[in-house]
Each structure stands twice: as structure tokens, then as C-alpha cells.
Design a protein around this ligand. Sequence first.
Ligand code: SF4
Length: 310
Amino acid sequence: MDKHIFGPVPSRRLGISLGIDIIPFKTCTLDCLYCECGRTTNHTIERRSFFSTEDLIAEFREFLKTGDHLDYITFSGSGEPTLNSDIGYMIKEIKKMTKTPVAVLTNTTLLHLPEVQNDLLNSDLILPSLDAVSENVFRKINRPASGISAENLINGLKSFSRKYKGEIWLEVFVSRGINDSDEELEKIRKVIEQIMPSKVQLNSLDRPPAYSEAKPAGHDLLGMIVEKWKGLPVEIIKRVKKREEIPSFSKNLESNILNTIIRRPLTIEDLIMLTGKNRLEILKYIDVLEKEKSIRAEIVGEKIFYRTNS
Ligand code: SF4
């Protein structure tokens, strides 16, 4: 892992965001059915240092020279960022260098640990996930590593929300037929009422999932949940996929990706290797090309290939 910073990229939730990827692909406490990064290959709950923090700081210092406008600096990546035990130090150091707010995307599974809570206290915004309250539904949709439970996740979220001074925007990923029963939605609503996040953001499948059991919710189901949860600050996450909405959009990179795919169907991994770009950055370009129907995704075995439509 030699490049930790990517973008700025347009984020559906955070406007113009500079991504900081601090987890090697694909290291996560969960192996969600719907994961857009693919299946978890390093399923773990062990927190550790993955690379030199000084390298990240040096990369960030270089980025600051560009003077690019940002809405957020976002710790995210191809896995769970709180598995990196240096995250607290990284947040502190980055905040010394910029006034741009720092956000952390987390799957919430380690938030019950006091050390993780302390690490995140200096951030300005956290975007935790809560897809299920019942253990059986949690296991089905999020496929946790051993040692992780929905109960711990929810307790961690509640206790963190009591001490955190920043904002919490809670994401609920809805997969049709899995976590959309009236009973489960009611349980989730009750937990949300106890946390009182500033926003509740409903998300659903938009890219090929890691497992074919994951199904998109569709606008009707998401709209129905907004109705059901009336009184809560719920919104449906919008899609941002026009090239003019992508800051620093590179026409060259787009044609490069397209010209390569024309020759043969490729996976995201192939494109990362060929372009040297970060996974999440490549995915933004794939979004635009798919929306314009220049390319399409095709699942072959456990892999997702992109091929041209012509
Ligand atoms: S928590 Fe995020 S990165 Fe981990 S498997 Fe789920 S969707 Fe993928």
C-alpha cells in the first residue's frame, strides 16, 4: 500500500471529499453481502498499525500544496478504518494542518472499545452504519467476523453518541428481503431514537454486490421507510454521477479506462494495476461510464468484470 490519499472525489454524502485509505484491501470486521469492494479476504477484529503514519502525513502535506477546495477529508477505504490503530494519531495530525472538517466512515463494529471511541473523538463527523438490530439479520446481511455482535455494535454507538461533540450521520443500508421486514425496521427505528443522529441516510445497492443475495431496495421501498420513520431526520442518499460533478475529473483517465476495457473485459483490480489509481477513485469513473451506458458490469463466478456495450 503506497498511496493513501485519493481524490478529491465527489461523495454522495460528503460533497467534495479527499479520501484517506488506511486499510489494505480487503481487511474488514464484516463481509457484507452488498459490499461494493468485493468479498472480505482478511476477516479480522485485530487492530494494528498497517503503515508508517509519517508517509501519510507527507502525502497530505503534498496534497495541501494544490490548494484544492474540499468539503471534507474522509477516512474510509476498502475495509474498516478503525482497524488501523494509528487512526487517532492520524486524525490529530491532519487536524493540525488544515481547517477542513475530518469525517470517518465506520461500520460501527469496534465502537464499543474505549480506545476506538477515544481515537474518533477528535473527528468532526462520523458516519456509522447500522443495518440490523436482530442478531440473525445482522449475521445475514453483515456477515461479521467472530467476536462481533449486533448488541455490542449498538451499545458502542449509544455510548459514543453520548460523549461525541461532532455530528453523527447514520447510514442504514437496505437490502430487499433481508433487513426490510416491518419488525426489523421498527427495531432499527427504536435504536435510532436513542442515538438521535443529525441525519439518517438510507442507502441501497448501486453497484454489483460482493454476494448475489444482496438485492437493491428500489425507490419505492426506501420512500416507504422514510414515511415509516417520519419524525426522524431521514433522507435517501442521492446518486452523484455526472462527470461535471467530479472535481479534478480527468478526461485522460476516463479514456484510458474505456480504451483498456474495449480491448478486453477487466476487473477493478486490473484497472487499479493498469492505472495506478485508488480503487474508490476508479469506481467514480466506472459510475460515469456505466450511467452513460458505455460499459456494463458482468458477474463471472466470484468476479465482476466490466465490458463495453458496443
Ligand atoms: S463494512 Fe464496508 S468495507 Fe466492510 S464488508 Fe461491509 S461494506 Fe464492505
